[in-house]
Design a protein around this ligand. Structure first.
Ligand code: AMP
Length: 192
């Protein structure tokens, strides 16, 4: 089973590249951000609980996210593999994911980390705010919180997978297709 983690700060291109990866490798795409936005729209209990964190640019508590991932994985076992996009964002989430993978007699194959400088991220988020009308992309203060949260709480997740020899860092700036080709090279070199 090929189980990928797509990692990078907000605006690094995870969503765009995930779409291309799932098409080529036929993986089950799981973006915790997309699922949370759906819950908000539908007004579910989880959506209501997550709302204040998302609008402030902070992380939704681990317990809510881990429950969501647990349910989704257990409901979708007949798949070729998973691509996690925007998850895990804390070391506690990464540890929980490793346990869940073990339950399925599987493991994370590798983490692909897209490296993009801060200025470029801010420019991309501003553009996305107009194109996708995402409220958390509109406010400069919220953008700053999200980038800071990424550095403080999420970057240690890369070290967690580095220690397991599963971290692959790639340049996330430039032509979308060229970045995708370098991602494919990395995926094809991963042990499955
Ligand atoms: P994203 O679309 O991945 O940038 O996620 C948008 C927002 O949803 C984030 O700023 C967080 O508030 C929340 N979120 C998404 N995924 C997670 C996660 N794995 N852990 C905690 N919060 C998350």
């Amino acid at each position: 089973m090929l189980n990928l983690l797509l990692f990078g700060p907000p605006g690094s291109g995870k969503g765009t590249q995930s779409q291309k990866i799932i098409e080529k490798y036929q993986l089950f795409h799981f973006s915790t951000g997309d699922v949370l936005r759906r819950h908000r729209k539908e007004g579910t209990e989880l959506g209501k609980q997550a709302q204040e964190y998302i609008t402030a640019g902070k992380l939704v508590p681990d317990s809510l996210i881990i429950d969501l991932v647990k349910t989704t994985l257990r409901e979708n076992t007949q798949v070729k593999g998973y691509i996690f996009d925007g998850f895990p964002r804390t070391v506690a989430q990464a540890q929980a994911l490793d346990e869940l993978m073990k339950e399925q007699n599987s493991a994370i194959s590798g983490m692909i980390s897209l490296l993009v400088p801060d200025d470029e991220l801010r420019a991309r988020l501003k553009k996305r705010a107009i194109e996708e009308n995402r409220p958390d992309d509109q406010d400069e203060k919220v953008i700053n919180t999200r980038i800071e949260t990424y550095k403080n709480e999420t970057l240690p997740v890369a070290d967690y997978y580095k220690a397991q020899g599963k971290l692959y860092e790639l340049n996330g700036v430039g032509d979308i297709e060229a970045i995708f080709q370098s991602i494919c090279q990395v995926i094809d070199s991963m042990p499955q």
